[in-house]
Design a protein around this ligand. Structure first.
Ligand code: FBP
Ligand code: MG
Ligand code: MG
Length: 327
């Protein structure tokens, strides 16, 4: 079975799908950053980087030392990319401008370490990223609709490190080969089944949920004798990357909805570097991604750390949830 490297995959796209060499450089830098972050995570006990960093980010969340390390590595490695104009990171309050933006330059949005509450218990975590293009010379607007993303992906640091990538033409999974460090195409053409019997939600928030979400989960939990007429399974890892990865591998639906406790903040997950990249990946793999009321990729961002409700995964379940929100 042929397993081309990420470089070979990116450079072999032909015809209309041919990629700009500067975008290839950037994706390779992102992959290098993910490889380095994965190594730091694996060596954290030796490097003394487990535990809290002692500060908090703009979201008021306590930073883990590895949140800070991962952010620094992304910035250090990707800043080499020739046409990268700006970085928007979960861990940095302001936008980092690397150059005067020109039309065709790139904007990189990233969550350097996702699911960081799992770090100290040695469970799967990841990094999420998204790339948009500067439209006009001098344009410093980073608030782009998700549908304008030209590339999105994530790395999962699990039993194997994997990079899952879309360049707007399907979704492909690359595994990091231990020893060479090469990312090789091991999971081409990922496709989310339209139907599923598995959902993922933090059920400890049940008492905060709105009626449509309660209805959906209650119906799933009712099993074979309930309105859905079949048994559902439930999984929640508290790492969006791990939960979305499972959905790409075997289907499912993921919910971090708006609820009575997070509505004032807009939701929990961040639009530009969590929801949008995952929404593009899920749609490109044949699934749907919604706030419950609207397609995520159509939202017009209002601020670069904006939070949103997220419901994504297998088409039939997301469509059903949207239906419950309409009634
Ligand atoms: O702790 P909760 O409420 O279950 O939230 C878990 C969610 O928060 C997140 O950890 C947020 O990501 P960060 O670790 O980047 O802040 C998601 O990965 C995950 O889905
Ligand atoms: Mg995150
Ligand atoms: Mg994070």
């Amino acid at each position: 079975m042929s397993m081309p490297t990420l470089r070979r995959f990116l450079t072999q796209q032909s015809g209309e799908r041919q990629l700009n060499p500067n975008l290839i450089f950037l994706v390779e830098d992102i992959a290098a950053a993910c490889r380095v972050v994965g190594n730091h995570i694996r060596n954290a006990a030796f490097e003394g980087t487990l535990g809290l960093a002692g500060g908090s980010n703009i979201q008021g969340e306590e930073q883990k030392t590895l949140d800070v390390v991962a952010d620094r590595e992304f910035a250090r490695i990707c800043a080499n990319s020739p046409r990268l104009a700006a970085l928007v990171s979960e861990e940095v309050d302001e936008i980092t401008w690397l150059k005067e933006p020109e039309a065709g330059d790139y904007l990189l949005y990233y969550d350097p370490l996702d699911g960081s509450s799992n770090i100290d218990v040695n469970l799967s975590v990841g990094s999420i990223f998204s790339v948009c293009e500067v439209e006009n010379d001098g344009d410093r607007d980073v608030l782009k609709q998700g549908s304008r993303q030209i590339c999105a992906g994530y790395a999962i640091y699990g039993p194997a490190t994997m990079l899952v990538l879309t360049m707007g033409d399907g979704v492909n999974g690359f595994s990091c080969e231990h020893g060479t460090g090469d990312f090789r195409l091991t999971h081409p053409g990922l496709d989310i089944p339209a139907t599923t019997s598995e959902f993922a939600i933090n059920a400890s928030r049940y008492h905060h949920w709105d009626a449509p979400v309660r209805r959906y989960v209650d119906e799933c939990l009712a099993g074979g004798s309930g309105p859905r007429g079949r048994a559902f399974n439930m999984r929640w890892t508290a790492s969006m990357v791990a939960d979305v990865h499972r959905i790409l591998m075997r289907g499912g639906v993921f919910l971090y909805p708006s609820d009575a406790a997070n509505r004032g903040l807009g939701g929990k997950l961040r639009l530009l570097y969590e929801a949008n990249p995952m929404a593009l990946i899920v749609e490109q793999a044949g699934g749907l991604a919604s706030t419950g009321e609207r397609r995520l990729l159509d939202l017009m961002p209002e601020s670069h750390h904006q939070r949103v409700p997220v419901i994504l995964g297998s088409r039939d379940e997301v469509a059903r949830l949207e239906g419950y929100h309409r009634t």
